[in-house]
Design a binder for this molecule. Structure first.
Ligand code: UDP
Ligand code: UDP
Length: 260
């Protein structure tokens, strides 16, 4: 069924994964008002649905709730450092409001919620025009085009391979005791963007050079999940390291570049 989550939905369900929302800064900033509606009206509708059907409901939240974090690595207890009126706020604050709604529906109506704070995820079947760093760098490397580093390239992210993330989401949904606390899901292996670019150039056998472009406003300086809670609650640990994950992703993009 194709449905816009900002409108009510009356169906009979027993599990809901609320993954609705663009996640790439380029895409969520394309129509910021719609991004806020997707996060907030979307959460209200799926929570209303969960409340009526007594379904279990999982929210795809984000490391962006920590904003440009002053605490490193980020634990779930950290409240974050978000610019409420900045370019990223449609997503950051939208997702924060959604978390607030999830916890309200849990406390007020006993809805069985699970909230995953997802850190940067990548892998095969990303779109070439997704706009996030891993797909940008890989597509540029395969085409031997300049690799676009925003700012000095010393900012960091921690990249989680898609299969690991999916197994984490399923484990969180499957857990029998409700989890009325958010859970970080991500790979704690932290990388700078210049390092990432060099790694991709090497793995793709590329002749690309680095070019430096302007850093977008409010770009977080560093990001790394503390995954102790996920380890303890759902016995989850990411298994795919960055080298293996990037190789699989590069193979995928080479395939679709040859057979678009
Ligand atoms: N809702 C929905 N499907 C349902 C139940 C509710 O889409 O099966 C939507 C509906 O638009 C409602 C919202 O979820 O406004 C919140 O539901 P809730 O029961 O909390 O609110 P109420 O209906 O009491 O305003
Ligand atoms: N970035 C970059 N070049 C690109 C795309 C992104 O240097 O072509 C940087 C961006 O400035 C940020 C990091 O890579 O510091 C991760 O950006 P992305 O959009 O993938 O995700 P974010 O974690 O910022 O939501």
């Amino acid at each position: 069924m194709r449905h816009d989550v900002t409108f009510p939905l009356y169906v009979e369900v027993d599990e809901i994964y609320n993954l609705a929302c663009p996640a790439s800064p380029v895409h969520y900033q394309f129509d910021p008002v719609q991004t806020i509606k997707t996060c907030v009206h979307g959460a209200i509708n799926v929570l209303g649905l969960a409340k009526r059907t007594k379904a279990r409901i999982l929210q795809a939240s984000t490391s962006e709730v920590y904003g440009d974090p002053a605490v490193h690595p980020q634990t779930e207890g950290y409240w974050g450092n978000v610019n409420p009126i900045g370019l990223r706020s449609c997503y950051d604050e939208g997702k924060r409001c959604a978390e607030s709604l999830f916890f309200r529906y849990h406390r007020q109506y006993g809805v069985d919620i699970r909230v995953a704070r997802i850190f940067n995820t990548y892998g095969p079947r990303m779109l070439p025009n997704d706009g996030r760093v891993v797909s940008n760098f890989i597509v540029q490397a395969i085409r031997d085009e300049p690799i676009t580093i925003y700012g000095d390239g010393l900012q960091t992210r921690s990249f989680c391979y898609v299969d690991d993330l999916v197994s984490g989401l399923i484990a969180l949904m499957s857990m029998d005791t409700p989890a009325p606390e958010p859970v970080n899901l991500g790979n704690p292996e932290e990388r700078g963007m210049v390092d990432l670019a060099k790694l991709i150039i090497e793995l793709a056998g590329s002749r690309s050079q680095l070019v430096y472009e302007r850093i977008p406003a409010d770009d977080p300086r560093q990001r790394k999940p503390d995954v102790a809670r996920a380890r303890q609650l759902i016995k989850w640990n990411p298994k795919v390291g960055i080298m293996d994950g990037l190789k699989k992703t590069i193979d995928y993009f080479k395939l679709i570049e040859i057979n678009p």
